[in-house]
Design a protein around this ligand. Structure first.
Ligand SMILES: [Zn+2]
Length: 77
């Protein structure tokens, strides 16, 4: 799997969605790719903060996209 594929599926991995084989392959990539591992760390950090701030609220629609967009800026810039 390449970084683009990981980027599309990283939320699945974080939430543990999808089949086990796919999640294993994503994890294998994260183990060897610092770029994607950093992205995973940023996302899990943001999600943890959101959960602390709004424990009873569901994640709003469109949030994943906004988070991913801000990460792209953080990583590329
Ligand atoms: Zn990667």
């Amino acid at each position: 799997m390449d970084c683009k594929a990981i980027e599309r599926e990283i939320f699945r991995f974080i939430y543990g969605e999808g089949d086990a084989d796919r999640l294993r392959r994503i994890k294998a990539h994260l183990d060897v790719c610092g770029h994607c591992a950093r992205e995973r760390d940023i996302i899990t950090g943001i999600l943890a903060q959101l959960k602390d701030g709004y424990p009873d609220d569901p994640v709003p629609a469109g949030l994943r996209e906004r988070v991913l967009a801000s990460i792209r800026i953080a990583v590329d810039g």
